[in-house]
Design a protein around this ligand. Structure first.
Ligand code: SF4
Ligand code: SF4
Length: 435
């Protein structure tokens, strides 16, 4: 039946964000000191409150998406530290993702920006393309010429290359765990960048789960979790990736799914919300999200495999999405403390972003470097032997900074560190997993 009412013009507000969510912010400012970009610049527009103000102004068409606004919104790391600090439950992560998707459709970026974003989007989510792109560097590294190459490069390029971990031998000694018909089944999503640059963590996780009595099942072909696209505003492709992964995880029959990359864990844990309007997959996505766990949860208590004594002092860095997105802080620490001989000491602000933040260290190298330096200072002040973390991006970022200053502190993924304690106390066997 046709209505005689004039059709209400759809205002800009509904196009930018879930408008009602903006009103959860009461402008108290309690999030400001938890925000890495505000700590760096002390500018209100680089704070969560200032960004929410800009999102609201965009939504109400009081502000145009110009270079200045986009710069402030791009400058956000998406770390969600503000969500932890916010007493009003503001869903900042959802707001910034929605706003960025709107910006991508409503703002024409300068050419250099478009080229860089295109390159990152065309390369990083596809392991075969990334491997191919890194082949020349792997050849140079095998010939022992990588240090020479890095020294000869201009500073900007050198800092990018320094982020790439050793390409030869990564995970070479790893082996998939036998799959006892025990608890679980559990599947490890190998990620995209992670499977190229940090696959040892995936393999170590599988071995540990097997040793803990879980049946480890392979996933049918999975793709990037979509986090990279969600954070950069390419929501359409993020949805495609999410659908493919939901189907693959369902097909695997896994009761639990883990990722050794914190951003991927959070993205998969939020598939239920992301695909809530999908007529075919909404329920499956909710089921998959409920199955996403963190490795330390599955290895907790009586399920933890026996470990050898391992005398060392360790500090734990909280990867943003694990701490602020999934609220997981204590379990990895408890796992480390349970290893005989390990002494855990805390660094200052262990959950402040290290500047890695997906591809932030490529798009905002200066700010990322400043955050890496703060993190390295905090780690160095602890006097530890190891810094352990549960996200490959943080591993590359922190390791590069510690290497630059000649620090002897070793950086290891939680899965590799625990595997070293469980399977072999001899560090030499795990040397290719230490950054
Ligand atoms: S996500 Fe991180 S960088 Fe962005 S506003 Fe929140 S605390 Fe600041
Ligand atoms: S986001 Fe939360 S903590 Fe920050 S100003 Fe708004 S209400 Fe306060």
């Amino acid at each position: 039946m046709q209505s005689n009412q004039p059709q209400q013009k759809r205002g800009p507000a509904r196009d930018v964000v879930d408008y009602e969510l903006l009103f959860d912010c009461v402008h108290c400012g309690l999030c400001l000191e938890a925000c890495p970009t505000y700590i760096l610049t002390r500018a209100e527009m680089d704070s969560p409150r200032g960004r929410i103000y800009q999102m609201k102004a965009l939504a109400e068409a009081r502000l145009d998406a110009d270079a200045d606004v986009v710069r402030h919104l791009d400058f956000c790391l998406g770390c969600r530290g503000c969500e932890t600090a916010c007493p009003s439950g503001v869903r900042y992560g959802a707001l910034i993702e929605q706003t960025r998707a709107w910006i991508e459709n409503n703002y024409r970026r300068p050419l250099s920006d478009r080229v860089r974003r295109w390159l990152i989007g065309a390369l990083f989510p596809y392991p075969s393309r990334l491997r191919a792109a890194l082949t020349p560097l792997a050849i140079i590294e095998r010939a022992g010429l990588r240090p020479l190459l890095q020294r000869a490069m201009p500073r900007g390029l050198r800092e990018w290359i320094e982020l790439v971990p050793a390409l030869t031998g990564n995970g070479a000694r790893s082996s998939t765990a036998p799959a006892p018909d025990g608890r679980g089944p559990v599947a490890v999503h190998h990620g995209c960048v992670a499977q190229v640059l940090a696959d040892s963590a995936n393999r170590s996780a599988e071995r540990l789960l097997g040793a803990a009595g879980y049946k480890v099942v392979p996933l049918p072909r999975t793709v990037c979790c979509g986090a990279l696209d969600l954070h950069s505003g390419n929501r359409r492709r993020a949805l495609e990736f999410a659908r493919a992964n939901v189907r693959a995880i369902e097909q695997s029959g896994a009761e639990y799914v883990i990722s050794t990359a914190s951003g991927c864990s959070t993205a998969m844990a939020e598939y239920g919300e992301l695909l809530k309007d999908d007529p075919e997959l909404a329920q499956s996505a909710r089921d998959v999200s409920a199955r996403v766990k963190e490795l330390s949860l599955l290895l907790a208590g009586e399920r933890q495999p026996a470990t050898r004594r391992f005398e060392c002092v360790v500090t734990y860095h909280d990867a943003c999405h694990l701490a602020h997105g999934m609220g997981i802080r204590e379990q990895p620490r408890a796992l480390l403390r349970s290893i005989p001989g390990v002494k855990l000491v805390e660094m200052e602000m262990p959950d402040l972003c290290c500047g890695s933040a997906g591809t932030y260290n490529l798009t905002h190298p200066q700010a990322a470097r400043e955050l890496a330096q703060r993190k390295a200072d905090a780690i160095a002040a602890t006097g530890v032997d190891y810094v352990v973390l549960a996200n490959p991006g943080c591993q590359f970022q922190i390791a590069a900074e510690l290497r630059r200053r000649g620090a002897r502190i070793k950086v290891m993924h939680l899965a590799d560190f625990v595997a070293m304690a469980v399977f072999n106390g001899n560090e030499a066997k795990y040397s290719d997993r230490i950054s």
